[in-house]
Design a protein around this ligand. Structure first.
Ligand SMILES: CC(=O)N[C@H]1[C@@H](OP(=O)(O)O)O[C@H](CO)[C@@H](O)[C@@H]1O
Ligand SMILES: [Mg+2]
Length: 555
């Protein structure tokens, strides 16, 4: 009888030889998967398919996800990201293996890894991988490549879920493994229904004025705008207009539009202009996992008033805190004692952190990248996390949701009481906001529901606090990895002497703050500086960038 190991080895060799790794490949899983020019991605995507299938086998056949996307990057780029069985990012413990495999010429790395991990290939657990892609031109081809990689693990099944936003696929994987409804139609039903519930729970509902109902969304010419168009008719009390919608002929993906462009450049995306003054606008990135808001200002033709991830987080925090205070009283000793935490990164504007601390919240910091923030936020009953660039969500712990649901059932005897209403609002929030990952569409609906709840205009929201001026620079150096950081990337520990130089610069500036770190997605060192004026922030960033260039060697 043939050894099942032989069949497996032959399948791996066949897939690997279809997409040989070029000499000197240096793929790195990075902050958010493998990314590069789309035309060069096939070898890494094929191997990511193998990793995803192997991960599923390791997890006893639970569904794992694989998305073909390069998010906010230019249309010619593409990438691949693996979604773990809980709907979150792939376990970090598997990243070194993924790197090794993506850069390895033969399948031996995989067979050795499987052995080390105690995974029996062909041992009865078949793998299940759900696939999706965004709208990039190389997407269809790369999805096919990923399928071939998945098939190289004998007995595995690849399920193509279609063209989706990244958060939709995360949601599907999470739901499928929880035995819940997991189709795209189910996703749409859940978010539109919970949005409607939240609106029904708005206090003193007098309806809202026409201007506040209007929302213009910049879809980055990606998948998010297309999906939003689909659910628009089911969204009560919102008059949504989608621009850069991703429809044929509308414009190029992420080109001078989208959340990354608006947040970094602080200028209007294409398609927006003076006629939009006074209207609330939102912007998604290319795969719709980032969300920012903005206003067209009457002062300048191009600049925007930006509401970034930090202010979205602050709005969510105020809303949730209000509900918790109604249920528990200010001392948190009432019917539903709650561990409520807020997670940010070093890129959070200092004014936002101060605002959150001033209202008595526990704020913790992690390294850059959703995988770190998400993990931290899971430690709380309710954990809110956001990156300044608009990646983020609100996580409700399972045990807490059970307590919340039984409280809601108990309080239904006093239906309509403030406590019952507040508990129902929290339940609806936990169903609206994506529990697997940051999601521009569901995040936007929560923003809209909260603004209506508070009867707030965009300006009320903007005025929560004033962002400190900040500046980000990229420095190209010989080897960015020679920078090693600590304290959630806020301090440099290597090369020695660099932190002291940064400290010496910072003391010269009022409200000065500055840190440097190697990017996880680009071959650059990022410099971030904050100070009380735009000029001071620019100057601090420049001085520190010079030190980085001098010490690490400019290239
Ligand atoms: C300063 C910044 O915006 N960094 C981004 C960027 O990571 P870097 O490691 O900084 O390249 O891309 C990540 C993935 O999209 C995102 O999570 C992160 O916030
Ligand atoms: Mg994205």
């Amino acid at each position: 009888m043939a050894d099942p190991g032989d069949e497996q080895r032959a399948a791996l060799l066949a897939a690997a030889s279809l997409f040989p790794v070029p000499d000197g490949a240096t793929f790195s899983y990075g902050t958010a998967g493998f990314r590069a020019d789309g035309s060069t991605m096939a070898p890494a995507v094929c191997r990511a398919g193998i990793v995803a299938a192997l991960r599923s086998v390791k997890l006893g056949g639970a569904a794992v996800g694989l998305v073909i996307t390069a998010s906010h990057n230019p249309v010619g780029d593409n990438g691949v990201k693996i979604v773990d069985a809980d709907g979150g990012m792939m376990s970090q413990a598997w990243e070194p293996f993924s790197d090794a495999l993506a850069n390895a010429p033969t399948p031996n790395t995989l067979l050795q890894f499987a052995k080390d991990e105690g995974i029996t290939l062909g041992g009865g657990h078949s793998a299940q991988v759900l696939l999706a892609r965004d709208t990039r031109p190389t997407g269809e081809y790369l999805l096919d490549v990923a399928t071939k990689g998945i098939s190289a693990i004998v007995g595995s099944v690849a399920l193509d879920m279609g063209i989706l936003t990244t958060p939709q696929l995360h949601w599907m994987v999470r739901n499928k493994n929880r035995g819940l409804k997991a189709s795209e139609a189910d996703y749409f039903t859940q978010i539109t229904e919970s949005f409607r519930h939240l609106l029904e729970l708005t206090p003193d509902d007098k309806g809202i004025d026409e201007l506040n109902e209007k929302l213009i969304v910049d879809g980055a010419n990606g998948i998010g705008g297309l999906k939003l168009e689909q659910i628009k008719p089911n969204l009560a009390r919102l008059n949504i207009l989608v621009r850069n919608s991703g429809k044929e002929g509308d414009g190029i993906l992420n080109e001078r539009c989208g959340a990354d462009f608006v947040q970094k450049e602080k200028v209007l995306p294409l398609g927006f202009g003076p006629n939009d003054v006074g209207v609330r606008c939102a912007s998604f990135d290319g795969d719709a996992d980032r969300l920012v808001y903005f206003h067209v200002t009457s002062l300048s033709k191009t600049s925007v008033d930006l509401v970034d991830g930090d202010k979205i987080l602050s709005l969510f925090v105020l809303f949730i805190r209000e509900q918790l205070d109604i249920i528990n009283g200010k001392d948190n000793k009432g019917l539903l004692p709650t561990r409520f935490g807020v997670v940010q990164t070093a890129y959070a504007n200092g004014a936002s952190t101060e605002f959150l601390k001033n209202i008595g919240l526990e704020v913790v910091f992690t390294s850059t990248g959703v995988k770190y923030l998400h993990k931290k936020a899971l430690e709380y009953d309710i954990g809110v996390y956001f990156e300044a660039n608009g990646h983020g969500t609100v996580l409700f712990n399972d045990e807490f949701v059970s307590r919340l649901e039984s409280l809601t059932a108990r309080l239904s005897e006093a239906a309509g009481s403030p406590q019952h209403q507040a508990a129902l609002r929290l339940v609806a929030t936990s169903q609206l906001i994506n529990q697997a990952v940051g999601d521009a569409i569901s995040g936007m609906l929560l923003v809209e529901a909260v603004l209506q709840h508070k009867r707030w205009s965009f300006q009320n929201w903007c005025d929560l606090y004033t962002d400190l001026p900040s500046k980000q620079l990229k420095v190209k150096v010989k080897d960015r990895t020679s920078i090693v950081t600590t304290d959630a990337e806020r301090k440099v520990c290597q090369p020695s002497g660099l932190q002291e130089l940064i400290d010496k610069e910072v003391v010269n500036y009022s409200h000065g703050r500055c840190f440097v770190r190697p990017s996880g997605t680009e071959d650059v060192v990022r410099v971030y500086a904050e100070a009380s004026t735009v000029e001071a922030a620019d100057s601090l960033a420049k001085s520190v960038a010079h030190h980085v260039e001098r010490i690490l060697g400019f290239c």
